[in-house]
Ligand binder design. Structure first.
Ligand code: ADP
Ligand code: 5GP
Length: 290
């Protein structure tokens, strides 16, 4: 590779001014996208005649659309097979068509419903989630965790079982919509499958603990947060014991945590009592179609 061109002081100053003007131009266009004055298709058209806009990254453009933001923007690009560093001038014909399709009005109008199910450990969340997976066209998200598998759990079905290093790497890469630590292990929701389902009109259920639920509400305020409570405290203790998956020490730790978790119900949009799994499943299906 040859050495970079030697610029005179004047040429350097001119290049700096040009770069500044280009940045300002991109910022103006992004603001217009944000306020819906310009559509994605109008920006693509502009890019064909304006060098500064042609150099804008696709990610920058879609992130500036209201309701998209950083995490959702990355997931949309992943779904469309467009690299996060791709610039508008580098989009292929197929990628351009996919991008326009993604942001055409009907696909936004028919987004699926995001429902977050939380509640104290042992209340029956995973039992409900399993039943929902069998009975309805919901996507029940599969979380990643650093917890070791229980005897009856399958990798890729109940959880994605990650090592601590794999989990660290996934956090760094921005894979998760949310993640939290619970009873000494980490749990996280991979965002890409969630976004893919929602944007294709499918409702999604996240079965996660309370800190994670709060993170989801902060990032996606349209999410419906549902708290599952036991019919009585005694019933919760008996379900945790009956499950037979935890040692007495772990059970005691989970019960102590459950007491704290019960106090969080008021933060949630809806509270359901898990006296019958079928009834809870029916309510969730009803919330999704409301
Ligand atoms: P969580 O995922 O909230 O920790 P689980 O789904 O593992 O809870 O359920 C804990 C135990 O309670 C399991 O043994 C499950 O079979 C039982 N269980 C769940 N829902 C009900 C219900 N409505 N009535 C009776 N037992 C239930
Ligand atoms: P368990 O170890 O019993 O399967 O799960 C422990 C807790 O972690 C439960 O409250 C469960 O809902 C929660 N959990 C499972 N997946 C996730 C996740 O992706 N994110 C968060 N924040 N919590 C999760």
């Amino acid at each position: 590779m040859g050495s970079p061109p030697q610029l005179s002081e004047l040429e350097r100053a001119q290049a700096l001014v040009k770069a500044k003007v280009s940045r300002q131009e991109r910022a103006r266009v992004k603001n217009q996208v944000k306020s819906n004055e310009l559509s994605i298709s109008e920006v693509l058209e502009l890019a064909s005649r304006n060098e500064a806009i042609a150099k804008m990254r696709v990610l920058e453009l879609i992130e500036s659309k209201s309701g998209v933001g950083k995490i959702r923007g990355k997931a949309i690009l992943e779904k469309l097979g467009i690299s996060q560093t791709r610039r508008l001038q580098g989009l292929g014909r197929h990628q351009r068509t996919q991008l326009l399709k993604e942001f055409s009005a009907p696909s936004i109008l028919t987004r699926g419903r995001l429902i977050v199910l939380s509640g104290p450990g042992g209340v029956g969340k995973s039992t409900v989630a399993k039943k929902l997976r069998q009975e309805s066209p919901f996507l029940v998200s599969v979380s990643a965790t650093t917890r070791p598998p229980r005897f009856n759990e399958e990798d890729g079905v109940d959880y994605l079982f990650f090592s601590k290093d794999q989990f660290d790497a996934a956090i760094k890469e921005g894979t998760f919509l949310e993640w939290a630590e619970f009873a000494g292990n980490r749990y996280g929701t991979p965002f890409a499958p969630v976004e893919k389902a929602l944007s294709s009109g499918k409702s999604v259920l996240l079965e996660i603990e309370i800190e994670g639920a709060k993170q989801v509400k902060a990032k996606m305020p349209e999410a419906l947060l549902v708290f599952l409570e036991p019919p009585t405290w005694e019933e919760l203790v008996s379900r945790l014991e009956g499950r037979g998956t935890d040692s007495p020490e772990r059970r005691a730790a989970r019960l102590a945590l459950a007491q704290e978790e019960m106090a969080a119900a008021s933060f949630f949009d809806k509270v359901l009592t898990n006296d019958q799994v079928e009834k809870v499943v029916a309510s969730l299906i009803e919330f999704a179609s409301a």
